[in-house]
Design a protein around this ligand. Structure first.
Ligand code: HEM
Length: 327
């Protein structure tokens, strides 16, 4: 392509008449450099004062700086829109709804039981992980580890008992929460699906307790699990003593009880299986279900309740619209 600054065209200094073209090329280059430098100086003259002005403005009002607006992306005027944006555009606050039903914040409506159950689950996870540092799921070690925790590990007794008590309270909490949901009729449309997720959560909460029962490997746990898993013998189709079980070829060595215990008696394999279900399998499933459960509460229009979303001051005002006019 021809160079606009080079009247001879071509590649500047290249070609047979190299010397004259080369001279013109150098002139063109010098001109271009000078113009460039002039432009830069001009830009500096105008840009620097503009930047300085911007920075001084920023010192006067930090909310106008680029740094501030890159973090806070909405205004702070006290309008309903900005209040909603304040919640929605914050990574922590957005977990809460921007607007809620008045009943949702009335403690006597929910007793906070769902929240308390979740809080207990967090405590159980935390104390459970700490207990894992001291516990081995083997017939030789398990009971000794529990004794060691009770008598020798610093704060071991309180750690173990925090885990035990939180487990008892979680079972009580989940029942009370379900009772409240039932009393307020919150299982009805559109919350049927979430009620079912809740039923699964109840089952998994009970299974967490049951699998934890065996872990100390004491007499109480051993016999509780013996009785519990003996019931599995009578499972329809899958238990060797259950309806249709024998017709399907179930024996004590291949039925559902065998699968739960990892053998035909409560022994080392049962302990290991309980441990893995208790510490990994069930907590993961329960956590996923809780995520779905909380998401559904939001999607179903927040916590149920008779009150519409409005301020108390607004609730006293006479209603407008066709219904108020008696149509
Ligand atoms: C691990 C167990 C559970 C946890 C952590 C949990 C947690 C929660 C939380 C935090 C809420 C918000 C309202 C509140 O605090 O009361 C809620 C609502 C709800 N839960 Fe649960 N829940 C559990 C088990 C259950 C069970 C067993 C059921 C019923 C079978 C259930 C059914 C519901 C329903 C239907 C709602 C919506 C209630 C409404 O809109 O008023 N949940 N749950």
């Amino acid at each position: 392509m021809a160079d606009e600054n080079n009247p001879n065209g071509g590649n500047g200094g290249g070609g047979s008449n190299g010397s004259s073209t080369g001279k013109n090329g150098k002139v063109g280059l010098v001109e271009r450099v000078t113009t460039g430098v002039k432009e830069d100086i001009h830009a500096l003259k105008t840009d620097i004062p503009a930047k300085a002005k911007e920075q001084i403005e920023g010192l006067k009002d930090p909310t106008k700086t680029q740094v501030y607006t890159s973090i806070f992306r909405h205004k702070h005027d006290d309008t309903p829109r900005n209040r909603a944006l304040g919640v929605l555009s914050n990574v922590f606050l957005h977990l809460h709804p921007a607007k809620i039903n008045r009943d949702a914040v009335r403690y006597s409506y929910t007793w906070g039981m769902g929240g308390i159950t979740f809080y207990l689950f967090i405590i159980l996870t935390y104390t459970g992980v700490l207990l894992m540092f001291y516990y081995h799921p083997s017939k030789v070690q398990a009971f000794r580890d529990v004794l060691y925790l009770e008598h020798d590990v610093p704060f071991g007794k309180i750690l173990r008992n925090m885990h035990r008590w939180a487990a008892h309270l979680m079972v009580i909490g989940v029942w009370l929460h379900m009772f409240r949901v039932f009393l307020t009729g919150s299982y009805k449309k559109p919350r049927e699906f979430n009620w079912n997720i809740g039923v699964l959560l109840l089952v998994f909460t009970l299974l967490l307790s049951f699998t934890g029962y065996l872990l100390p490997d004491d007499q109480l746990g051993f016999w509780a699990v013996t009785v519990g898993t003996n019931m599995a013998r009578a499972t329809p189709l899958l238990g060797h003593e259950g309806p249709f079980g024998s017709m399907l070829g179930m024996t004590p060595y291949n039925d559902v009880r065998f699968g739960l215990l990892g053998g035909s008696i409560v022994d080392a394999n049962a302990l290991l299986r309980s441990y893995i279900w208790h510490c990994i399998g069930i907590p993961i499933v329960a956590s996923v279900l809780m995520i779905v459960h909380f998401w559904r509460v939001r999607k179903d229009g927040g916590i149920s309740g008779p009150a519409p979303v409005m301020l108390e001051a607004e609730a006293d005002k006479p209603r407008r619209g066709p219904k108020a006019a008696g149509e």
